[in-house]
Design a protein around this ligand. Structure first.
Ligand SMILES: [Cu+2]
Length: 217
């Protein structure tokens, strides 16, 4: 096969041009395109640092507790649940005064109530003398302390939480009751105290008294 001089010239020029372009690219393109300086590139991560999460330590804060200080001052968050325990007439598993929640006078309570049972229930804060009221006639102990009237009186169905808040502005002994007629009398009540001398909220059960320090996360 005969090679034409013109063809040889074009191929030669093409080769020279390619070499020139490669040199220009090598010098002027940024490092992350050419990877010519391996030491200037980030090292490939070959191991993952393990961060200690401390979830099982006995000193870990009890973030799952149903009570916590709110971010707002002098405010206690309560997550009250009527669970599917042996006794359906319960608040967080406690009934007939087995639980006592105490707050200093003037504190605000932010209450979220969840009923986990198929039977309707509710929660409200009433005078201690009404803790076993048989007919469901209750008086709010504080302004707004029985929450929405319809929910308190008729109860709420399973897993439809509702919230309300009130200011515990008068010292004394009170009760947390279910508003459904017969339920409080059947044991669905626990104690709520407003203490003029207390400096922090406390939760008292058969296991002792816990001072609430943990802020809601
Ligand atoms: Cu009830």
């Amino acid at each position: 096969m005969k090679i034409s001089p013109l063809g040889a010239l074009i191929v030669s020029c093409g080769g020279v041009l390619a070499i020139i372009l490669w040199v220009i690219g090598y010098i002027f393109l940024p490092n992350d395109v050419t990877h010519r300086q391996l030491s200037a590139n980030p090292k490939i991560q070959t191991s993952v640092a393990v961060t200690e999460t401390n979830t099982t330590s006995s000193t870990a804060p009890q973030t799952a507790a149903w009570y916590a200080l709110d971010k707002a001052p002098k405010t206690l968050d309560l997550s009250i649940t009527s669970n599917n325990g042996d006794n359906p007439m319960n608040f967080n598993g406690y009934s007939k005064g087995a639980l006592k929640i105490t707050v200093p006078v003037g504190w605000t309570l932010k209450v979220t109530y969840t009923n986990q049972q198929t039977t309707a229930h509710s929660v409200g804060f009433v005078p201690f003398s009404e803790r076993e009221s048989p007919n469901g006639s209750f008086t709010p102990a504080f302004r707004g302390s029985t929450g929405p009237a319809d929910k308190f009186q008729a109860g709420v169905p399973e897993n439809q939480p509702y919230s309300f808040s009130f200011v515990a502005d008068k010292a004394g002994q009170y009760a947390m009751v279910c508003g459904i007629p017969g339920h409080a009398a059947g044991g669905m009540w626990d104690e709520f105290d407003v203490d003029a001398k207390a400096s922090a909220p406390t939760i008292t059960t058969g296991q002792g008294t816990v001072t609430v320090h943990q802020t809601q996360s």
